[in-house]
Design a protein around this ligand. Sequence first.
Ligand SMILES: [Zn+2]
Ligand SMILES: [Zn+2]
Length: 278
Amino acid sequence: MSTETLTPYRCSIHTHTTLCDGAGTPEEMAAAAYAAGVKYYGFSGHSFSPNPADFGYNLPPDTSEYRQKVLDLREEYAGRMEILLGIEWDSWTEGEPEGYDYWIGSVHAVRDAEGGYYAVDASPEVFTECRDKAFSGDALAMVEAYYKGVAAMAARKPTILGHIDLVTKYSEREAYFDEASPRYRRAALEALHTADASATLLEVNTGAMSRGWRTTPYPAPFILKEWRGMGGKIIITADTHSPKTILYGYDAAIEAAKAAGYRESVILTRNGPRECAL
Ligand SMILES: [Zn+2]
Ligand SMILES: [Zn+2]
């Protein structure tokens, strides 16, 4: 595996299964990845979240079944495809991710003064409800709360900072706020600048494209360019929830990265990150 030319298409490490909110079993996802030519496949189930709306869609607090399943598949594919044990760690999960090959640090929800959770990526209806009930109709105040959470997550130095501008998931359909406004950009860039470019990768994530919400990957070009200016490296991910989307939108993600000036991206292996040409 080590001698062949590496490309981003050999790696898919932001992935979900039926053990959280995915449509494919771990076995089905691994088989689809192998069939797609992937050589480095990572499982990154959603960590347990205390948001009641997440119950049944995230891993349980005890992840032993998940870990065992991944390790069994690692054995099964040994010599053909490397399997990495990862986790997508939600900002509201208690504790710290331990015992994983890598972790994706993600914010999916903001909270109101009463402690209620609002996922920013659940639906336009939940987004609207959050804006109106928790932030008095001020979408940018909601955005600022979201990016405060991202900054706190970035400060924990995740292996990968997950879909940094997830809060724009519905922006192509609904004019909740102006992404060109100084207030929006300040919030996003403040969060980005909290990340340690030598410790954390930023993902170029096509998850909202495969599900029909967006025509471009996360993050927005201005964030990607700023990250490059900070010396930050990137990884292409599909945030796949189905065996059909293991490498979904990688072409578009590579184009977005190139447009921001990138010539290389990083893939994860069990021996650590490796750079490859885009
Ligand atoms: Zn996520
Ligand atoms: Zn995910």
